[in-house]
Ligand binder design. Sequence first.
Ligand SMILES: [Zn+2]
Length: 392
Amino acid sequence: MKDSEKISILQHLIQIESVNDHEEQVADYIAALFAPYGQQVQITKVPFAKGRVNLVVTMGNGNGTHLGFSGHMDVVDPGNVEKWEHAPFGGEVDEASNKLFGRGASDMKSGLAAAVIVMLELLESNTPVQGQIKLLATVGEETGEYGAHVLTQAGYADDLDGLIITEPHMDGIITSCKGVIDYQVTSVGVPAHSSRPDMGVNAIDNLIQFYLAVKQLMAQHQEENPKLGKMTHSIDIIEGGKQVNSVPDFAMLKGNIRSIPEYSNEQIFADIQAIVAKLNASDPQMKLAVKFIYPEVPIINGENQLTKLAQEISPKYFAKTLPVESSSGANDGSEFVQAQKDFPIILVGPGNNSSHGYDEYVDLDQYLTSIQYLADVAQQFVGIAKTAKVEA
Ligand SMILES: [Zn+2]
């Protein structure tokens, strides 16, 4: 495939405004790219909601090694459009800097396009695939990994021997990620005039008791993971009360935890629930409730063939051997890691720190090189090159 075509595919993807929705249009566009190879691929749409479908494209003969490629089709909101120099959904190319601009240029329509193009090029060149390559394109990654959850629950990842998530990261290969837990605690009180606080129940006072207890709990957990470091906890939203002459009858806080295997998500849920139960039991006027929002488990990969291969091949395409790295961010991998079978998950793909910002961009040289690199990793992992030689 010509470079101009590879760039045009990325432009098309960016021009579809899949801001936390409308992923079906992205899925349809990708499915249409594979349509000419209808005999050699299996295309499946896996719905999540109206207008929001995951896409699974499988190629190969099903024997041997199975490699997955995954990318999310949603993007975040462009924010204040006035602050963009390039139209957020234009996919404009600046020839001078060789950059392509637009929401998703980095996170992660370039990575999605790269995975799609690796597969298209194998089909185009009629390369026999002994194993299997499977594209898992997802919905709703940015707001809770819904799509990856649906695909994993439905068993689409159960046959994989390795998964490459082409999220924007080209300085290294991410093989471990912290888990994420967002939680919300609400406190319900009884309103009264502030001149007679004894007539009411102050929801803020009660919420503060939880605040202090959870801070104390989290401070006790200094376990350290050799790859991920320590768990972190931060209370980031607190609300309560409406006017200064009324005892507040409602207060709420939200906290964010980045978890490590040494202090598991299950244990964290249990410990926070225990605090709430204990406080509620301690005082009949205490009415606290906790809710966990889209928790994600940590990912840890030991030594494995996919990481080894991705590292070994890297100096051919980049100035150095890509180092193994870790991340404290959430991604679809936290869902796929819950598949029936254990397999390595790595994150590597085109993009940069402009993700989610104004004038998000991808460097086109990097984009095109990443396609060659990912193709090489894929071919060696599923053994295409070897098989082709044996058959010849
Ligand atoms: Zn992303």
